[in-house]
Design a protein around this ligand. Structure first.
Ligand SMILES: Nc1ncnc2c1ncn2[C@@H]1O[C@H](COP(=O)(O)OP(=O)(O)OP(=O)(O)O)[C@@H](O)[C@H]1O
Length: 818
């Protein structure tokens, strides 16, 4: 132990001394010291991060304003420093907002909005300003011309790190040739060692933002890198949404309960959450009642042969109402009770209430509150056998002389017997029923209200008791079945839920409400807050940047995580010019932003590594890890709140719901890759076989003729027959030209045959002919059934050259002799 720690208790006034050293830390000071958290850990990386923050903002702003983005990036060496300029044609920023946007950390328009955007935290561009002023001592220089204004505003500013407020160094009006937009100029200590990452960022941004035009000028490039737009269509506009009930955390729910203007739980749910209407709110409230109040166990009323006499019990409990009214009331209750399969106490109370109203109407006698309550007590005792002292009559010989068979035992016996396997012996089932009935009778109040977890505990306790007493075990499954048997027959209570304000002040009640929200089936959140790239454009983006043989893409349906909807998309490009050596290239995107750093710490990488790629035809040494081969895999996660591992937004956190969707999306695309590779392999084998046959067949024909002494057998068509190919053969007889098409395969083929002829064809059997400058294109689209043949004919006058081409069937399955 250090001497300081060992003496700390002896010194007087140490707390006061330490207190003098305590001081608030501004967020700007914090990030000044922790630049790495925001992606500014080195000069190389700092430059890439600054570009990324500014370009992401430019894309967000232009899209929000409905403008096709036109973004200019320039990096220039100025002495020992680098100057970074980024210009956009967005809506611009007002004079009032501009200093805070660039001169204050945690200031932005997106943090509170549940809508897909690249920016989330309100920290990115001000962090770039902070990094620039720290390393170069220069202020940020910003020009912005809001849409519709004739002049632009020019600011020079730095962030005052003590206060996290902008300190304006220059503020003047200026002119700017762009009609609207923003220009940012930052000077910083930097280097171009991360050029590759910078280019990857810009190139991949172009891949997922085909509607954007980007231009990059930098010291190492003679010509600027230009990415023209591939579409004039902006991504679908997104709408802000409220949180989804399946995703909020307890703390957030309590905050919402405190802040809401709604008075009732139903109003609160419908007002504050997406996808909750009256019906869904009612279901949530029913589930809430079940956890908060517990359910009421329901019991079987007496049957005809039963000696429990509900009518007599009710009649006994009523005084001074006259015989006729009393009988009508008692029998009315007994009859209605008997008409029910099972009853809870609240249901009995409702029956008594209804019958009382009817009898009051018929007889003119009043059956007030006390009479009704007495009647309920009496009828309930008759049904359940529970005494006023709380003992279930006869549940056990507990010394109070009521040891006749309890109705609860008989009822419980039937349920336990039903819920357990037939192997349980009768005595064990009876003992369990008795043990349960005793415990139910001891519940607080006569209504047998119990929450599901308490019911589970009660059943476990009864099962343990039976195991000790009788050596009869009720295992896990039997217990669960017994719980389910009672719970599914128990009734949700009719009590109103507490008001919003009292739930807000009661953590347990709020936790019960949260549980109810999570267990209620609720429609997935609307997805108009998201703008996925779409499978079609994911594939188009890959096609644009990678020259491959095969492409596939998949877009999943929206799912929810933490109240925020998300959509995962995946794409695969394979073969062609993609390098075959080493592992595949993984492109990661979040809300259309390429993730450049921390690949190894990203959930997307973990998922790709966990997939068994050998099943999909890719090489994967050791059966796990990144697969090898000429492939690019791209993954895009779009969400109203992407869970990143840190503020620098480099990698996705390991959220199981998102990882599951990533896996499903990738597998969907990988299945297409697998069938492509399988087909390619079988075509390869077919080609090899045909090559061998092509050599052997003529040799065999020669040999046969030599051995038999007969003329050489005709091998035309033999190859096609052996290979089950489609064969196209030309026969010319005088003026008549015939193409004989034979289908030796086992499927019907739809072909497209074009014969290019140097003389004008006439008398076509069918098909069409087009004159192309002295050449005639004769075209047929015959369907040739498996094992069948077609003859396509026409006539030419005199000599002619022919050239046939056949479409609709792979070349490996085709033998052309024409
Ligand atoms: N080029 C721009 N044109 C218009 N508005 C902009 C531009 N750049 C930034 N803004 C506004 O400034 C705000 C702050 O930007 P900043 O980069 O600090 O945070 P963000 O983009 O919201 O989130 P993040 O920290 O996740 O990047 C944005 O929310 C946006 O409203």
């Amino acid at each position: 132990m250090t001497s300081f720690q060992s003496t700390i208790g002896d010194e007087e006034g140490i707390a006061e001394e330490l207190a003098e050293g305590q001081r608030e830390i501004s967020i700007a000071e914090f990030f000044e010291k922790n630049k790495h958290m925001l992606g500014f850990d080195s000069g190389a990386r700092g430059l890439v991060t600054a570009v990324k923050e500014a370009v992401d903002n430019a894309l967000d702003a232009t899209e929000e304003a409905g403008v096709l983005p036109d973004i200019y990036i320039e990096i220039e060496e100025v002495g020992d420093y680098y100057r970074l300029v980024i210009e956009d044609n967005g809506p611009g920023i007002t004079k009032e907002q501009l200093p805070k946007v660039f001169g204050k950390l945690l200031y932005g328009s997106r943090f509170h909005a549940r809508e897909q955007s690249r920016g989330q935290q309100g920290i990115g561009i001000s962090a770039a300003v902070l990094y620039s002023q720290l390393t170069s001592g220069q202020p940020a220089k910003i020009t912005s011309r809001p849409k519709g204004q004739s002049r632009a505003q020019y600011f020079e500013l730095i962030i005052d790190t003590d206060t996290n407020e902008p300190e304006i160094k220059a503020d003047e009006e200026t002119t700017w040739d762009r009609p609207h937009g923003t220009r940012i100029e930052l000077e910083m200590e930097a280097n171009m060692r991360a050029r590759q990452q910078l280019h990857d960022y810009v190139k991949h941004t172009a891949v997922v933002n085909p509607h954007a035009r980007l231009e990059l000028r930098e010291p190492g490039l003679d010509e600027p890198l230009k990415f023209e737009r591939a579409t004039d269509e902006l991504p679908a506009e997104t709408e802000e949404i409220r949180p989804h009930p399946h995703g909020v955390e307890l703390g957030a729910l309590i905050k919402m309960l405190e802040a809401t203007e709604s008075y009732s739980v139903s109003g609160f749910l419908q007002e504050e959450f997406t996808r909750v209407g009256k019906k869904t709110a009612d279901s949530v409230i029913d589930n809430f009642r079940d956890v908060y109040y517990g359910r009421e166990l329901a019991w079987s009323p007496p049957r005809a042969h039963d000696d429990r006499d509900v009518a007599a019990a009710v009649a006994d409990a009523v005084a001074n109402k006259g015989k006729a009214a009393t009988t009508a009331f008692a029998e009315g209750v007994a009859e209605t009770v008997a008409g029910n399969d099972r009853l809870s106490r609240s249901e009995l109370a409702a029956i008594v209430g209804n019958v009382a109203e009817n009898v009051e109407g018929d007889t003119g006698k009043t059956f007030g509150g006390t009479v009704r309550e007495n009647a309920v007590d009496a009828a309930w005792r008759a049904i359940t056998g529970v005494d006023a002292d709380g003992d279930a009559a006869g549940a056990a010989d507990d010394g109070d002389g009521d040891d006749a068979e309890s109705p609860l035992v008989a009822d419980a016996y039937a349920l336990v017997d039903d819920a357990t396997s037939t192997r349980k012996d009768d005595a064990a089932v009876r003992a369990m029923a008795e043990a349960l009935a005793r415990r139910f009778a001891n519940l607080d109040g006569e209504a047998f209200r119990i929450a599901r977890d308490d019911l589970e505990r009660l059943v476990a306790d009864a099962a343990n008791f039976v195991a000790e007493q009788r050596d009869a075990t009720f295992g896990e499954t039997a217990r669960e079945n017994v719980v389910e048997a009672f719970w599914s027959r128990a009734r949700t209570v009719p009590d109103d839920p507490p008001k919003v304000k009292s739930i807000a002040g009661d953590r347990d009640a709020a936790a019960d409400l949260l549980e109810a929200m999570r267990t209620t089936d609720i429609l997935a959140p609307p997805t108009d807050c998201l703008a996925p790239i779409t499978a079609e454009l994911v594939e188009a983006g890959l096609r644009k940047e990678y020259d491959a043989d095969f492409y596939a893409a998949a877009t999943r349906d929206a799912e929810v995580h933490g109240g925020d909807p998300f959509i995962v998309e995946a794409g695969i490009a394979y073969g062609g010019e993609i390098p075959a050596e080493g592992s595949v290239e993984l492109l990661r995107f979040a809300n259309r932003v390429p993730l450049v750093y921390q690949r190894g710490a990203c959930a997307t990488t973990d998922v790709i590594k966990s997939i068994g790629w050998r099943n999909y035809g890719l090489d994967q040494p050791g059966g796990s890890g990144l697969p090898n081969g000429p492939a690019v895999i791209s993954i895009h996660v779009a969400s109203t709140n992407v869970p990143f591992t840190s503020e620098s937004k480099d990698a996705l956190a390991n959220v199981p719901a998102i990882e599951d969707e990533i896996e499903l999306a990738v597998r969907e695309a990988a299945r297409e890759l697998k069938s492509y590779l399988n087909k390619r392999r079988s075509m390869q084998q077919r080609r090899e076989k045909q090559d061998v046959l092509g050599k052997i067949l003529p040799e065999m024909a020669d040999k046969v003729s030599e051995v038999t002494g007969r003329s050489r057998p005709d091998i035309d068509g033999a190859l096609a027959r052996i290979m089950n190919n489609v064969s196209v053969e030309r026969e010319v007889d005088g003026e008549t030209v015939t193409l004989v098409v034979e289908n030796h395969s086992d499927v019907n083929e739809q072909l497209e045959i074009t014969d290019i002829v140097s003389a004008e064809p006439t008398d076509l059997s069918d098909g069409t002919v087009v004159d192309m400058d002295g050449e005639w294109f004769v075209q047929w689209k015959p369907e040739v059934p498996s094992g069948d043949e077609r003859e396509l004919t026409y006539a030419v006058d005199g000599e002619a050259d022919f050239e046939v081409s056949v479409g609709g069937v792979e070349t490996e399955k085709l033998t052309v002799n024409a």
